[in-house]
Design a protein around this ligand. Sequence first.
Ligand SMILES: [Zn+2]
Length: 202
Amino acid sequence: MDQEKIGRFIQKRRKEKKLTQSELAEKLNITDRSVSKWENGICLPDAGTMPKLCKILNISINDLFSGEIVDMKNNEKKLEENLLEMAKLKEEKDKQLLKLEFVIGYISSVTFLILIFVASFVEMETWLRITLIIIGLIIFAFGLGHAVKIEQTAGYYECPECNYKYVPTYKSVLWAQHIGRTRKMKCPKCGKKSWQKKVISK
Ligand SMILES: [Zn+2]
C-alpha cells in the first residue's frame, strides 16, 4: 500500500469536489490536521472514517487503498492485493503489540518486586510501608491487566484439536492457566479444553 499515492489521490478527489481541507474535516467530524496528514502520506484514515470519506469523495474503499480509481477489469485483483496488504499490516501490528506486552509485564513485575522489597527491609514508618505495598499492587494489577488485554486481542489462539483459530474473551484469557503465552482454554468450535498456542496469522 502506497500511503503517498493514497494521499495524493485523496487530495485530488477533494479538490475535484471543491472542498477545502477544513470543509472535508468538518464533514467527517475530525481536525483538518488529520486531513493534511493523510494527504501528505503520513498516515491513513482510520477504519471508522473510511466509509464516510469514500462516500464524500465518491470512490470505493478499494479505490482508496489503491490510490486510484480501479477499473472493473482489475477490480478483483486489486481487492485481493489490498486485503493481503491489510492482513500483513495487522500481523506487523500484532507482533509489535506482543513485544509491548512483554515490556509492560516485565516493568510492572520488577517495579512491584522492588517496592515490596523496600517496604519489607528498609527502616520506615508503618504508613509508608503500607502505602508502598499498595502502590506496588496497583502497578502490578494495572500492568497485568494491560498485558492480558494485549494478549487477548493481538493475533489468535489455535485449538490443537480442530485447528480453529479465534480471539477469546478477555475473561477466559485472564483466568486461564498458562505457560508463557500458551493457555488452557475451551475451544468455542469443538468445545474441547486444551493447551492453545498464540499464533499471529490466521
Ligand atoms: Zn477446537
